[in-house]
Design a protein around this ligand. Structure first.
Ligand code: GLA
Length: 723
């Protein structure tokens, strides 16, 4: 496993536990993609680079699968790189220059994966392109990114600079799986046939967006949840992004992706370099489930910020749906007392606590406590919350400003705008220009002050509008189109600086729900708010899409009031809990209105959640039955040693489940006996997986939690599970 040479020094094989990826240099110095898929028995079984024969109107280079095509010569593929040189030459010709291999090992306490760097170069202009390949063997993933360096003497303008092009084997047809959505309806799993031509998935909105999420999967069209080949990839970037899925008439199928080149350009002065965001890719020979589990494991083992990565995510209460902007010390304390009584561990004060914030019309930008609502500051509330045994958390939206704020009145020049245009408001706010150093300094200072003066264990970092008039008045003229990237880098830098100063603080990414969920955010933040839609039934579909890419320990879900504020749908309290318990459990209802009986149910289910939390948050996820396919859906989380599992099943109709509703657990040890929490019976793993477990679901929107654990000896994993 790791990195090997194929015959000849200029071809490489990258192998993970379950896949292989090969690339090599052809006789003309082009870096070609050779292979991606199932591991083959021997090195000599992999193809070596060769130049295809030319064809009318096509060149050998254009017919080859180039790993990182520049726009130049007769190459008409979607390019990874396009540049404008000082002499107005507008193409890029990349040829092989050299390579480096770094063995896997420990560096400064962290496990470094094996890495191959292939160096390409456009010689006359001395533009160097280093292609990085990091091989995560156990997680079955490859991380790719490029570093473009101007080693010449004159500035270069980059017009397209993608992270990678991925190729699947030539075949007549593929099916694309991707995630689309909208506010309150994010991460909807969608599938479409790939045909000759291009499919464009993208965001031009300044952030990741609710409308599409930077993930793709390709399969022959008949792969299933646990069967068949699936090639997949996800981008670690939280700004404008683009995936171009392209099939040529010659059966080449590639996905080129990275920072969106729309309205983008980046100036490289001599000596400067540009590093693209990481693009993670993988091959699963065992369906979509194994593909997701590889991504999940990678997030848990490698990506999520340390040291919090492995710690249990606390059960939180958030007052937003209960109180909106009407927050006060007494009101929050009343809710905090109820929250503590049902077992909540983290109490979060949402919007409305700062500046002149009595609605969404004012206050953003002024990160000081509102004196009318909290005349004694936040301290007494925090003190009370801590006394009740909970941590305290707070909502902020640092990148935004309301025109009605002290910040905007003193710095109207700190927002993106075009000189002769009025700034378009969205939710009554404008976006702060994070390309400006002073803006980032102001935000770092205000947030640091807040975190220093108050015991804040968690920040919910919101982002409630998309970009418009993306101008940078006063900024360097040639760098105007850099704001799309500079904003994201500024946001990352801010979070990283705050994290290193306050390493114990948990960060949650929110953008009017799930508008900024991606692997770039998850490298820097612990968890995400997938949607403002808290309807427990709608959430099953949103979670299903979310789980294709992102792991359960990042997926926050609240139990809110019934009927739901947005959908007006009434659902049983247990159903609402079970739906939220498939991720990081939160409560968001108005507890003042919950009956004593409801509070008791809540207490019981919060206790159950804490017992199964290691399975949900650290286990492997199996989607047993997809929401929307049958009248019930089910999802399972399995301990890494298979010693315990928890299954959640949901009936989505108002009647009984039709026929013999059965779920078939997966990944159990076939020889072991498992005891079921529902019947108390012990059954062998193999029998459970083959014969299934009959669900007892009838009546309107019923749900069930079934715990399975080794009968002979307790699982170390599930802790003190209920008998
Ligand atoms: C966004 C978030 C909500 C809430 C509000 C507050 O819409 O998604 O959860 O925090 O902002 O204004």
């Amino acid at each position: 496993m790791g990195i090997d040479h194929l015959a000849g020094a200029k071809s490489w094989l990258l192998t993970t536990s379950r896949s292989a990826y090969a690339l090599g240099v052809d006789g003309e110095g082009n870096l070609q993609h050779l292979y991606w898929g199932e591991k083959l028995p021997r090195l000599e079984d992999y193809p070596l680079p060769a130049l295809p024969a030319p064809y009318s109107f096509e060149s050998p280079q254009g017919l080859a699968n180039l790993e990182y095509p520049g726009w130049g010569g007769l190459i008409f593929a979607e390019p990874c790189l396009k540049a404008l040189y000082a002499d107005f030459t507008r193409d890029v010709v990349l040829k092989y220059e050299g390579f480096q291999v770094f063995e896997a090992g420990e560096v400064a306490g962290a496990l470094r994966p094996a890495e191959l760097v292939v160096q390409l170069r456009d010689e006359p202009y001395r533009l160097a392109v280093d292609l990085h390949y990091r091989v995560y063997e156990e997680e079955n993933l490859i991380e790719r990114f490029a570093v473009v360096e101007n080693q010449g003497e004159q500035a270069v303008q980059l017009e397209i600079v993608h992270s990678a092009a991925w190729y699947v084997p030539r075949a007549a047809s593929y099916r694309l799986s991707y995630l689309v959505g909208k506010w309150a309806g994010e991460t909807q799993l969608t599938r479409a046939q790939v045909v000759v031509g291009k499919i464009l998935l993208e965001s031009r909105r300044g952030s990741t967006s609710h409308q599409a999420n930077p993930w793709f999967a390709l399969d022959p069209g008949d792969s299933e949840e646990e069967r068949g080949p699936v090639w997949f990839g996800a981008l670690g970037w939280s700004g404008n992004w683009k995936f171009c899925v392209e099939q040529t008439p010659y059966g080449q199928v590639r996905v080129t992706g990275g920072v969106n080149d729309f309205d983008f350009s980046w100036r490289l002065e001599p000596g400067e370099s540009f590093r693209t965001p990481p693009f993670y890719g993988g091959y699963s020979g065992a369906g979509f489930g194994a593909a997701s589990r590889a991504l999940h494991r990678f997030q848990r083992n490698r990506l999520l910020p340390r040291p919090a990565a492995g710690r249990p995510r606390p059960v939180l209460y958030n007052s937003w749906e209960a109180t909106a902007f009407e927050v006060s010390e007494a009101g929050q304390i009343a809710l905090a007392e109820k929250a503590a009584a049902i077992g909540v561990e983290l109490f979060v004060l949402d919007d409305g606590w700062f500046g002149a914030r009595s609605s969404d019309r004012a206050g953003l930008g002024d990160w000081t406590v509102n004196q009318q609502k909290f005349p004694r500051g936040l301290q007494p509330l925090i003190h009370k919350v801590n006394e009740l045994g909970m941590d305290f958390g707070l909502w902020v939206e640092p990148e935004m400003v309301n025109p009605a704020s002290d910040l905007y009145r003193s710095h109207p020049e700190w927002v993106y705008r075009f000189p002769a245009r009025p700034g378009t408001l969205s939710r009554n706010q404008l976006v702060l220009n994070l390309a400006i150093d002073e803006v980032r300094e102001y935000l770092f200072a205000s947030l640091s002050r807040l975190l220093e003066e108050n015991r804040i264990a968690y920040l919910k970092w919101d982002h409630n509008r998309h970009f418009s008039e993306p101008g940078w008045p006063g900024g360097p003229p040639q760098r105007q189109r850099e704001i799309w990237v500079r904003h994201v880098l500024g946001f990352y830098e801010l979070v990283e600086r705050l994290r290193s100063r306050f390493p114990q603080t948990i960060f949650e990414s929110c953008s009017g729900g799930g508008g900024r969920v991606d692997l770039g955010v998850l490298q820097r933040m612990d968890q995400c708010w997938p949607s403002d839609n808290t309807d427990a039934l709608d959430r099953l579909g949103i979670h299903h899409g979310y789980s294709q890419v992102y792991c359960a320990r990042t997926m926050v879900a609240w139990v809110t009031d019934s009927p739901n504020f947005a959908t007006r749908r009434a659902l049983p309290l247990e159903f609402r809990f079970h739906s939220a318990m498939t991720g990081v459990l939160g409560i968001g209802g108005n507890l003042n209105r919950w009956s004593e009986e409801e509070l008791q149910v809540a207490r019981r289910l919060v206790t159950l959640y804490k017992q199964i939390r290691p399975l949900v948050q650290d286990g492997d996820q199996y989607r047993l039955a997809e929401p929307g396919q049958a009248d019930f859906s089910a999802v399972q989380y399995l301990a890494p040693d298979a010693s315990a599992a928890v299954v959640f099943a949901f009936l989505r109709t108002e009647g009984p489940a039709s026929g013999e509703a059965r779920i078939f657990p997966r990944g159990l040890s076939p020889e072991r006996l498992y005891r079921l929490s529902t019947s108390g019976r012990a059954r062998r793993g193999a029998a459970l997986m083959k014969q299934g477990i009959r669900l007892r679901l009838s009546g309107g929107f019923r749900s069930q939690v079934i715990l399975l654990r080794w009968a002979e000896r307790p699982s170390a994993f599930e802790g003190n599970a209920p008998r």
